[in-house]
Design a binder for this molecule. Structure first.
Ligand code: URP
Ligand code: ZN
Ligand code: ZN
Length: 459
């Protein structure tokens, strides 16, 4: 054996037990008590620590265009931040520029990631313009290891698709085992409210929330679920932010529709009051859907604990406060939408374990196992089992930290969680048998992350 993680408490989505984890090459080969190291076996002592499967983040925007600029993290800085936070696999979005084919876009993103990524990665396709040629390309995606497509029901005039496009994509994708993901907001309604607010001289960041109330999200969620129902397709709702949308998902699931949903860490913590911080600071909280009223975050915790939502993603969409967010000074609709969070995701979700809101196993399921299952990575990723990739996080449940920008690894100039005290953090992170993070610092090599082809949707 090349590596043994000894004396730890192994935690999966279903079990918690004391065992050593033995690794040969890139794979887990044994899980048992008191494994004996051979000569040359590296031993990592995990006494008093949890041994978790590496996190799987199903929603990131590295090196992606958005609102006239490009996200600030490339595959090097973004994946170093992911690794330091305990995430060993990401699935990144590949924005389709109108007029371009899906293969061409995927090739572009492969090129951007290769030689840089330090964790494993995969891609979601994205369709803004469903030409007949693009529709035909959907059939070829699984052979390229890409088994999900995102559509935007919002962002009128740029990315937004109509119901015909949504219906045709659901139909063609589901025939191919490709999961359609929706950004569910009624883009026409949001656009109308934005124009009304601007005409009234309401230009500050706080109006971002006023322009996209919960019903805007709930309506689109219900519509996507209804289309999925009549077509007989599954659908996955990204970044669910409010109880109204969770209710629509629950209603559809009660009818037997295969609707799945994720929320993101920031919807567990923030409210629209953060958008109204002094000066222009609220721009940091301009992500879409917006932070909601104060009663919503506890309801989102309940939704992930109860199983009403299946996963917690970061929606890491990093724009610098100085030089990018300030494109929207004087007009909130021009603030690039998105926030960083790839490094903070596991630590902030884990606080739910400390608070008694989540079991330890549910935490693992939300941040690793469920995203791996839903997106065709399981059991290679997302669990600790013989034959799985040796992606492991040695988690110190007692480590207390103050979250602060200077200690994070992303390429942006702020964290939403500045000054928050947390307990529980990754100490050592292992990717396919190689230690890539020690004491919260990256010790691996650029390019050590690999593209992971994904299986067809099958749950
Ligand atoms: O504000 C967000 N979520 N920006 C990223 C793009 C998206 O809608 O996922
Ligand atoms: Zn979105
Ligand atoms: Zn996103």
């Amino acid at each position: 054996m090349d590596l043994i993680v000894k004396h730890g408490t192994v935690v999966t989505a279903s079990d918690t037990f004391s065992a050593d984890v033995g690794v040969r090459g890139e794979k887990i080969v044994q899980i048992a008590q008191a494994l004996e190291p051979g000569s040359g076996t590296r031993v990592i002592d995990a006494a008093g620590k949890y041994v978790l499967p590496g996190g799987v983040d199903p929603h990131t925007h590295l090196d992606s265009p958005g609102q006239g600029t490009v996200t600030a993290d490339d595959y090097l800085t973004g994946t170093i931040a992911a690794a330091c936070g305990g995430t060993t696999t990401i699935v990144n979005f590949c924005f389709q520029e109108k007029g371009k084919g899906l293969r061409e876009i995927l090739d572009h993103y492969h090129h951007r990631a290769e030689g840089k990524a330090v964790v494993d990665y995969s891609f979601h396709s994205m369709i803004a313009d469903l030409t007949d040629q693009v529709a035909a390309e959907i059939d070829t995606l699984p052979d390229q290891g890409v088994t999900s497509i995102k559509l935007f029901m919002a962002y009128r005039g740029s990315l937004m698709v109509d119901d015909r496009t949504l219906a045709r994509t659901l139909d063609r994708a589901s025939r191919n085992g490709v999961l359609v993901m929706v950004h569910a907001e009624n883009g026409d309604a949001a656009d109308l409210l934005q124009q009304r607010l601007l005409a009234e001289g309401k230009t500050e960041p706080k109006y971002h929330a006023t322009s996209r109330p919960p019903r805007v999200e709930a309506e689109a969620t219900a519509r996507a679920a209804a289309l999925a129902e009549v077509i007989g397709a599954p659908v996955y709702c990204v970044h669910v932010s409010c109880a109204e949308a969770v209710e629509e998902i629950a209603r559809a699931r009660a009818r037997g529709v295969r609707v799945l949903g994720e929320t993101c860490t920031h919807y567990l913590y923030f409210s629209e009051e953060d958008l109204d911080r002094p000066g222009f600071e609220g721009a940091k909280w301009v992500y879409t859907p917006p932070p909601r009223q104060k009663h919503q975050p506890p309801l989102m915790w309940r939704a992930i604990a109860s199983g009403a939502l299946q996963a917690v993603a970061s929606d890491h969409c990093p724009f610098k406060f100085t030089g990018q967010k300030d494109l929207g000074l004087g007009d909130f609709t021009r603030i690039p939408n998105g926030a960083p969070g790839i490094e903070e995701r596991l630590m902030l979700t884990y606080q739910g374990v400390n608070d008694g809101r989540l079991t330890l196993n549910r935490f693992v399921e939300l941040v690793a196992t469920a995203p791996a299952r839903i997106f065709g990575l399981y059991p290679r990723k997302g669990t600790i089992a013989v034959g799985s990739d040796a992606d492991l996080v040695i988690w110190d449940p007692d480590l207390e930290l103050r979250v602060t920008q200077s200690a994070l690894h992303h390429n942006v100039d702020y964290t939403l969680y500045e000054g928050m005290t947390i307990r529980g953090a990754p100490q050592t992170v292992i990717l396919r048998g190689q230690v890539i993070v020690e004491q919260r610092q990256h010790v691996g090599q650029p390019g050590s992350g690999r593209f992971v082809p994904r299986q067809r949707f099958s749950i």
